[in-house]
Design a protein around this ligand. Sequence first.
Ligand code: GDP
Length: 456
Amino acid sequence: GPRVAIVGRPNVGKSTLFNRLVGRRRAIVDDTPGVTRDVREAPAQLGDLAFTLLDTAGWETAGGEALEARMRRFTERAIDTAEVVLFLIDARAGVLPLDEAFAGWLRKRAGKVILVANKCEGRAGQQGLAEAHGLGLGEPIPFSAEHGEGLSDLHEALARYIEPMPEEEDDEFEDGEGAEGPSEAELAKRPLLLAIVGRPNVGKSTLVNRLVGEERVLTGPEAGITRDAIRVEWQWKGRQVRLVDTAGMRRRSRIEAKLEAASVADTLDTIRLADVCVVVLDAANMAEKQDLAVAGWVIEEGRALVIAVNKTDLLADDRSAASKAWRKLRDRLEASFAQVKDVPIVGISALNGRGVDRLMPAVFETYAIWNKRVPTPKLNRWLREMETLHPPPLANGRRIRLRFMTQIKIRPPTFILSVSQPEELGDDYLRFLINRLRDDFGLPGVPIRVTMRKPK
Ligand code: GDP
């Protein structure tokens, strides 16, 4: 299959990424101590993409040449032998001279390089992520090999170079994005990756059957029923929808892992590979801790979120009780997640089909917002307005200045804000900006990310 090489200076997390994509067991077997190999290689898989992964960490231990010469030789070999090069930097450490050196060799073949800003979990990587833009290798993918964050963006980037596995067809799409993000026509060409998640027995499988219109997924009254890998693809009003479900897809060793832990890991992996996640709740007891945890993961992972309240057929026909329960759910969501507001909530009965026809419109609407791009000039006129309307606080005797803002990423909308004293701006002011951004540019229901940095 196609070859993908991982390059980068020591300690950026090359092996962790390698292990994650190859699978732990395999990597341990291959990691025979005392055997120095130039390049470690193993079959790897990410979603529907299969490839051979090369880890060039060997240059770090190989002797005989000056460091820089070795680095260069390995990097060039990676460029020559692989279809795609994953260039890792450590976003927490920022861009170091050694990274610049790698970037220099890689820029000559920038067409096949994917820049991965690793160790981006939490907020520690934000400065490094911003710096990575300056390497001249395109938009960096915020990633955490350790936590498995960013897998979906990596999948998307790799999918430009690697054909999906045989049973996949017509996955080709152009990546020409207009000023406002991909157009309707462009979006329509790629399948929407949909995940249906939630705690056991809320009716996920029943809902999938209902959506797809075929009994292709097992359902049953027993919680945690074992499922094999399923592949479900269908059309909704001419748009391609592909269900993401990693249950059973992993070659993860389940012997030592408790089933409980495995299913949490599966849910997380599923969320990470999806565009839109429908979190299914049970109308009889919605907004339980576990429900909020799953919704929280969806937001953390930057996916677009839709909530389906299932089993509404079991509710008594009491309108005021129902609307009270609804309000309570919305309040709990707003209180729990500051990053998103106005998440679409759709009441359904997967069993009798009621309300299900409103689910997919909500999914596609949120998907479009998740793909939206705000033009930079518009954004900066808005920023000036905000600065006048609600001046930032004083810090160290000077007023904090909001200098410049630009959207660096879609899916989800991600912005960089250049500000004179980033560490002093404070969460309240940032929340004010994000709330206004959401209202003024029409970005409800999706996570919005704003990274601050000092002006250059
Ligand atoms: P999963 O574990 O989330 O996939 O849940 P299943 O789809 O297997 O459903 C669990 C149980 O709930 C099954 O007995 C379903 O028949 C039942 N169920 C699913 N959706 C509904 C619904 O809308 N109304 C009612 N009354 N029962 C439902």
